[in-house]
Design a protein around this ligand. Structure first.
Ligand code: GLN
Length: 376
């Protein structure tokens, strides 16, 4: 028997449904994600901290869960919102059912609500502050109060909350589908990767391209990072507003002065933009999905990309030494930048996909090439 669950928005709108995760109350920003696959990767993407994620695809949970699909050790998402209660898992890869998996991680989940109606609200009015309360004690009133008490993501530094406590090495690449073996990095380049909430597939894709990686905490100073003698610096994805992450912006400015190859993804892209002198803005409902077309401005090539962001670098604020390299074909927003005087690049979407299409994978190669050139 499923207990009741309530999803409340700060404007007082309440959706009543059934609980299938942990019996807890969590507040956050309510967003919608249009990806049709990859619920487990979404639920383990640390960039979703303090967000309640609505999946517009209705059949969620029917392939179960496996540790192989985790994008991080912990789950930081605040809650899950879906149309239908999950059916029993049917997949040879499945190790656990989604409801048990959510409960074990303390994540509340609501099903049997009208996710189309909710998504239309979010699309028309923008991402909303909200709260999800599930379990035998759940009440609509308590959910509304919690929704109204959530201050919103603007100004919230969450990278410092989800980052790793101590640095660690990473050399593991992707699973080789022919042999079933986990590939190992050849160790050609040493990359210091700032963990602002890193997704592991980024580390695997760097390892596949010959990088051995030292993952470091978000507040690592530029001097400490340089002491590790890296060939390049990587800035990861992560949750929250990039603007308050002043420690990271200061470190990136030093890396730019030293002209060391640098590559950023998502939050890392936004932080590079801020360090270079541009500004970031909060988007209306952001981009969360796995089919977003992005154009490479130089080549005219269009790629279908995975996206998950609610802030963006404002293209109009780019200083003269920063070039726009990619744009979203959904709303024209900036999707990539390159500095003209140093080998520093970044991409707003998710070239590592996971979940999503692999069209943008080659943007990693530009970083590898710049480390190769710097070593010559
Ligand atoms: N995936 C990310 O890195 C997200 C970046 C940032 N938290 C945003 O919402 O825009």
């Amino acid at each position: 028997m499923n207990h009741p669950a309530y999803l409340a928005l700060a404007d007082g709108t309440v959706f009543e449904g059934l609980s299938f995760g942990a019996p807890v109350l969590r507040a956050g920003e309510v967003v919608f994600n249009t990806a049709m696959t990859g619920y487990q990767e979404i639920l383990t993407d640390p960039s979703y901290a303090r967000q309640l994620v609505t999946l517009t695809y209705p059949h969620i949970g029917n392939t179960g869960c496996t540790a192989l699909d985790d994008e991080s050790v912990a789950s930081h998402v605040s809650g899950l919102i879906v149309r239908e209660l999950p059916t029993p898992a049917s997949s040879w890869r499945s190790e656990s059912e989604l409801p048990a998996w959510l409960e074990a991680r303390g994540i509340p989940a609501i099903a049997e609500i009208d996710t189309r109606k909710l998504t239309r609200i979010l699309r028309d009015r923008g991402a909303q502050n909200g709260a999800l309360m599930a379990g035998p004690e759940a009440s609509a009133e308590a959910a509304v109060l919690a929704a109204r008490g959530f201050p919103g993501l603007v100004g919230m530094d969450l990278a410092k909350e989800v980052t790793v406590k101590a640095s660690y090495p990473w050399t593991r690449g992707s699973l080789d589908l022919d042999s079933g073996e986990q590939l190992e990095s050849q160790g050609l380049y040493h990359v210091v990767a700032y963990d602002f909430g890193v997704k592991q597939n980024i580390l695997r894709m760097l390892a596949d391209r010959g990088c051995k990686i030292t993952v470091v905490p978000a507040k690592t100073s530029a001097a400490d990072a340089m002491a590790l003698q890296p060939d390049g610096i990587f800035l990861s994805n992560g949750p929250g507003d990039p603007a308050p992450c002043d420690y990271a912006i200061a470190a990136i400015r030093e890396f730019l002065e030293r002209k060391i190859p640098l590559f950023g993804i998502c939050l890392g892209h936004q932080l590079l933009g801020l360090a270079a002198g541009a500004q970031t803005v909060k988007m209306k409902f952001g981009h969360h999905g796995a089919n977003h077309p992005v154009i490479d401005i130089e080549t005219g090539r269009v790629m279908i990309s995975s996206q998950n962001h609610g802030f963006a670098v404002d293209e109009n604020s780019l200083p003269t030494n920063v070039r726009a390299t990619h744009r979203s074909l959904f709303d024209g927003s900036l999707q990539g930048i390159a500095l003209t005087d140093v080998p520093a690049y970044s991409f707003q979407g998710h070239p590592e996909a996971s979940p999503g299409p692999h069209d943008v994978g080659p943007v990693f190669d530009r970083f590898i090439k710049s480390m190769h050139v710097a070593k010559l």
